[in-house]
Design a protein around this ligand. Structure first.
Ligand code: 9Z3
Length: 319
């Protein structure tokens, strides 16, 4: 790898070198390669299938190597799950890189807590879905099974910032040859600060000896690396989350310039389900759900816009 100053190459390298290695790396690589291979072969002589890596949920920052306590980043995973469903509908194959335990594609309409209340046992050999949930469960199971069977959905779970960034790098590297037909849609809420593995205590931090002082290091910004080295031809969408709407667009515009992504989706925490602003070099577009359609969600219109932009990008790339 050649050295480009200003990208924090040393920090990035030392982050990966000091990270605890992924436990199931071989299995992940094998799943990724099989998924991409299937995608290429199913395209046959037809137009190349598009593929998007959707990241979803928040990363954790462990405070102990044998982790009992950790810092978390807020994200229910709803945006990533809903966007995945829309990308699949638009004909994309999706690699869904998600935080374990967060919202899943096709499960958004199922009840959360009383999930087991959906089912009943009329006798010892049968399980039945309660009438009130039949439609939702049927659609969820059918849509999810169809997406997986048609090689449109590969789910890969992460928990920590270490796992997330290593997996993102593996996916980007595996997708390098897909070039402009690939997309990164980075909706995961990624920690900005972390405890370096080597300076982390092995065992549970002892309590009872007064306040706890922890020094957090800055997580190196991997977006520049993704754009410059890992997948330079991929279409790349990042997200900006703020709680103060006054600084949101300014921050998103800065991120657009700094990381040279193709668009930044700006959202404010309390209104994120109603409205986002797509910030790009062609101007800012406000995207909302359709007020006349009660079932409409912001991701329906957001993904339509992103897919359009991706089409233009692919066309421009090939001319
Ligand atoms: C987002 O901004 C997502 O839209 C949300 C979605 C996490 C708000 P939910 O999962 O919420 O539906 O509950 N994601 C990116 C958040 C983030 O960490 N962005 C970083 C930043 O703002 C850049 S990577 O600096």
């Amino acid at each position: 790898m050649s050295c480009i100053s200003g990208l924090g190459e040393d920090e990035v390298n030392s982050f990966f070198e000091s990270s605890p290695p992924l436990k199931n790396m071989e299995e992940i690589v094998q799943k990724l390669n099989a998924f991409i291979h299937l995608l290429n072969s199913s395209a046959g002589g037809r137009r190349r299938r598009r593929i998007v890596c959707v990241t979803s949920g928040g990363t954790t920052v462990p405070l102990e190597q044998r982790c009992v306590r950790y810092i978390d980043n807020f994200s229910s995973g709803n945006r990533g799950a809903a966007s995945t469903e829309n990308f699949v509908k638009a004909g994309y194959a999706v690699i869904f890189l998600f935080r374990r335990g967060t919202c899943q594609p096709y499960s958004r309409s199922l009840p959360d807590d009383p999930f087991l209340d959906c089912f009943q046992f009329p006798d010892n050999t049968n399980i039945q879905v309660n009438a009130s949930h039949v439609e939702a469960v049927k659609m969820a199971v059918m849509d999810q099974q169809a997406a997986v069977a048609e090689a449109r959905l590969l789910k890969l779970p992460f928990t920590t910032i270490y796992e997330y960034l290593q997996m993102l790098r593996l996916i980007a590297t595996a997708l390098k040859d897909v070039g402009p037909c690939s997309m990164f849609y980075l909706a995961a809420a990624v920690s900005d600060f972390y405890v370096p593995w080597k300076s982390m205590t092995e065992h549970k931090i002892e309590s009872g000896s007064g306040p706890l002082d922890i020094r957090l290091a800055q997580v190196p910004k991997m977006l520049s690396f993704l754009r410059t080295y890992w997948a330079p031809k991929a279409f790349c969408i990042s997200f900006k989350l703020e709680t103060d709407s006054k600084i949101l667009i300014e921050k998103a515009t800065k991120a657009l310039r700094k990381y040279k992504v193709h668009a930044v989706v700006a959202n404010e925490l309390s209104t994120r389900k109603e409205e986002v602003v797509v910030v790009s070099s062609s101007g800012n577009v406000v995207v909302r759900c359709d007020s006349e359609k009660p079932e409409s969600i912001v991701e329906d219109n957001l993904i339509r816009l992103i897919v359009d932009r991706h089409s233009t990008y692919i066309k421009e790339f090939s001319t």
